[in-house]
Design a protein around this ligand. Structure first.
Ligand code: GLU
Length: 470
């Protein structure tokens, strides 16, 4: 037997609080969390708020709340990068002494001109290296007088690493150019802060969106310069919206806040996000978190763009609503009952559960609850419903029911109505449904019938009979 100490898996979710959390971020969080759960590792939360102009505390709080909502607890953090500047400067400093970083005095205007000139000549917009090889005396002198940024000096032609999803990846360093790690105002850039934190937080796997692939070589180069072995990188495929363009803020339901407000259950959103780039071998889609964790394999994540298919989310949500415990549906669904909130609140606990169970199979989002529950609290006949009812012996059915409104035994009432009218199946139930609920589709009829008082049943049937012409 070999003695092998397995290294603890440590992943991080590192969002920038510069806007509303969107689906791409959420998917990254979910994949990291699943990976940590799968390997019994640690899920670290790091708030990358070094861009002080665009980051806000509100956005940071929204991130924490969204993670909690989704059930993604974190083991360490949140670490706020804005509070760690001193650490970054201390660790970066030796790189300056060794010449791996150098001060760059170029003005924004100069850099902009360089960029335009490169564009004109069809060259990549990389830094021209104007300040890369200044003589030490000049450099020292100018550092005293002029503002400067710090750039990382790239050496070598190519860099190769193994992406856990994409395999061996080689990058042409000549297309990259020395990059800024500290701005002239003293703030550190994302690449420096992320690299140092990934080292200090002992991150073993960096799982993030494909849009970060251009940062990976920079981070690997810095890690090596600082004397550390880089973590494993895994880049998740991009997300496409229904119109086949890259999913962005302007797409419907791409922000977390929207999903919450529209009544998707956390378990449906979690399930949906886990399927953006991965699926279990048997291709089943309605999965519990346990099933996802058990079957998940980073190596099986696709490199192909993944579709953010809202129809699938709706379908998954319908399944989850269907399977949800009635108590949970009540606790979570309550906030979506607005128009009928007062009437709903006044009901007994049992009555609440009953009416929710009467509609839960008809909805795919909790925001539909108000509308679906309406027949319990109000009566109006929707357009076209009378016409539909009259395709059947509507008057005979309603007359028979009207004679028995005091009877709470719904089945007995319907049997009597059937015997009296000769109607069966749809011919019996459709008129009964329209008469009691005003709709051709709606809550489970038995539950509605039993919920309504005899007086209310009578009033509805009377109204229905007045409308029926045949
Ligand atoms: N802060 C970056 C973002 O929000 C994440 C960077 C990373 O995962 O390395 O996109």
């Amino acid at each position: 037997m070999t003695m092998e100490t397995k290294k603890e898996v440590r992943v991080r979710f590192a969002p920038s609080p510069t806007g509303m959390l969107h689906a791409g971020n959420m998917r990254t969080a979910v994949f990291n969390w699943i990976f940590a759960a799968k390997h019994k590792g640690k899920f670290i939360l790091r708030i990358e708020d070094t861009d002080t102009e665009r980051s806000t505390g509100e956005y940071a709080n929204e991130i924490l709340e969204s993670l909690r909502w989704l059930g993604l607890g974190w083991d360490e953090g949140p670490h706020y990068q804005s509070r760690r500047t001193e650490i970054y400067t201390r660790i970066a400093d030796p790189m300056l002494t060794r010449g791996k970083l150098y001060p760059c005095f170029c003005s924004d205007a100069q850099l902009e001109e360089d960029r335009k000139a490169a564009e004109k000549r069809g060259r990549p917009p990389v830094y021209v290296g104007r300040c890369a090889n200044l003589n030490p005396a000049e450099r020292k002198e100018r550092m005293k007088r002029e503002p400067y940024a710090l750039r990382f000096r790239i050496t070598g032609d190519t860099l190769t690493y193994t992406d856990a999803i994409r395999g061996v990846t080689t990058v042409n360093l000549r297309l990259m150019g020395d990059f800024i790690v500290m701005r002239s105002n003293g703030t550190v850039t994302y690449n420096l802060a992320a690299t140092i934190d990934d080292i200090l937080m002992k991150v073993t796997h960096v799982i993030r969106g494909e849009d970060h692939m251009s940062n990976t070589p920079k981070q690997i180069l810095m890690m090596r310069t600082l004397g550390f072995a880089p973590p494993v990188y895994a880049h998740l495929p991009i997300l496409l919206a229904d119109d086949n363009t890259k999913l962005s803020k302007r797409h419907h339901h791409s922000s977390f806040a929207e999903l919450i407000a529209d009544g998707y259950l956390p378990e449906a959103v979690f399930n949906f996000l886990a399927l953006l780039g991965w699926h279990p071998e048997d291709k089943r889609e309605d999965l519990t978190a346990e099933e996802i964790i058990r079957n998940f394999d980073l190596k099986k994540v696709s490199t192909r763009a993944s579709h953010y298919n809202l129809q699938k989310l709706g379908w998954l949500n319908k399944q989850k609503i269907h399977h949800a415990e009635p108590e949970r549906l009540q606790a979570y669904g309550k906030r979506f009952i607005k128009k009928h909130a007062a009437a709903f609140d006044a009901l007994s606990g049992q009555a609440k559960l009953t009416i929710l169970s009467a509609v839960h199979e008809n909805i795919s989002r909790l925001s539909e609850l108000d509308g679906e529950l309406a027949p319990f609290f109000e009566y109006s006949i929707e357009e076209g419903a009378i016409g539909e009812a009259q395709k059947h012996p509507a008057r005979a059915v309603a007359d028979a029911m009207a004679a028995q409104t005091d009877n709470d035994d719904y089945r007995a009432v319907m049997q009597a109505a059937s015997a009296q009218s000769g109607a069966k199946g749809k011919a019996l139930y459709l008129p009964a449904r329209v008469a009691l609920s005003g709709r051709t589709h709606g809550p489970e009829l038995e539950k509605l019938y039993r919920f309504l008082s005899p007086a209310e049943r009578a009033a509805r049937l009377k109204h229905f009979l007045e409308m029926v012409t045949a």
